[in-house]
Design a protein around this ligand. Structure first.
Ligand SMILES: [Fe+2]
Length: 182
């Protein structure tokens, strides 16, 4: 069950960032499915945990890209990331403590946020990065994997693909949502 659909309009042109964005689309759709199907708390916790960890790592990868190219709007971009992280953390904590029932407003909010953020903020940022890559730090070396989600990319993508069709495939056995801050 999808609430957001990946189309070419979301392509920023940075292969690594695009791969991560696609994974985030899949994970938000998986969360939406879990909410609609009223998945059990433990399964929901796994999804939220994985999504939160992936988001934190993805934002970190984007921050490194901005840093290495001296992106002028880095501060405001990072603040937008932080606001989402804070909100997500609050939601997860309230859910864990049983003070919140997850509804589709959460997946709708995340989907909308992601779509708008990519179309407006990330596209602008990646345009800058493409034009300043290798210039700012003189090394030009961050294509060698430093902006990838290290060692996680493939497994998370597999996760993201798996959750589309097979809900039981992503159980990680981690129940503590607070331990996953990368
Ligand atoms: Fe971003």
């Amino acid at each position: 069950m999808s609430i957001i659909q990946w189309t070419d309009e979301y392509v920023t042109g940075d292969a690594v960032v695009d791969k991560q964005h696609r994974a985030l689309f899949a994970m938000v759709n998986a969360l939406h499915t879990a909410i609609v199907e009223r998945r059990a708390k433990e399964a929901m916790g796994d999804i939220l945990n994985a999504l939160e960890r992936y988001v934190v790592q993805h934002f970190d990868a984007e921050r490194r890209l901005m840093e290495s190219t001296n992106y002028p709007d880095m501060e405001s971009h990072v603040l937008l990331h932080r606001a989402l992280e804070d909100k997500a953390r609050d939601v997860i904590e309230e859910y864990r403590e049983g003070r919140l029932v997850l509804g589709v407003t959460l997946s709708q909010f995340l989907g909308k946020w992601l779509q708008e953020h990519i179309l407006i903020q990330d596209k602008k940022m990646i345009d800058w990065v493409k034009n300043h890559r290798g210039a700012a730090d003189g090394s030009g070396s961050f294509r060698t994997g430093t902006n990838d989600i290290q060692g996680e990319s493939t497994s998370r993508l597999q996760f993201a693909q798996a959750v589309e069709g097979e809900p039981s495939a992503y159980a990680t056995g981690e129940s503590d949502l607070k331990t996953g801050k990368g």
